[in-house]
Design a protein around this ligand. Structure first.
Ligand code: HEC
Length: 100
């Protein structure tokens, strides 16, 4: 992905972020920013796509792991999730749960 796009997505995410989400580490923010093209700027979806902002962390982590193992059938998420470690999934869960 080119740097301008990453910076743009990151910027869109940061503007909509709450202070506690801003406190999360840059690595997590960059990972989370890659989700926003589908799940809406700031994690707030305006389409049929589920919003990630404010999602319960336990629910988020459970779904991400279920996509990763193929337990939960998906159109795209099973392609994304194998790229993330369990720790990264936990961190993203905290990040999105803190977004309002
Ligand atoms: C290409 C578009 C796309 C991208 C990028 C994307 N998602 Fe998704 N996401 C979807 C779709 C579509 C679904 C519905 C399940 C499916 O068909 O894959 C979904 C479902 C989910 C769900 C389940 C929501 C619920 O209500 O049960 C979570 C959690 C999720 N995505 C998190 C993420 C995270 C975190 C990222 C970034 C690492 C991400 N998604 C990136 C398209 C995307």
């Amino acid at each position: 992905m080119n740097k301008t796009l990453v910076a743009g997505l990151l910027g869109a995410g940061l503007i909509a972020s709450s202070l506690s989400a801003l406190a999360s580490d840059p690595h997590t923010r960059v990972l989370a920013s890659t989700c926003l093209s589908c799940h809406g700027p700031g994690g707030k979806s305006k389409s049929a796509m589920p919003s990630l902002a404010g999602m319960d962390k336990t629910y988020f982590v459970t779904q991400m792991k279920a996509f990763k193992t193929g337990q939960r059938p998906a159109s795209v998420m099973h392609r994304h999730t194998p790229g993330y470690t369990d720790q990264e999934i936990e961190k993203m869960g905290e990040y999105f749960a803190a977004l309002k």
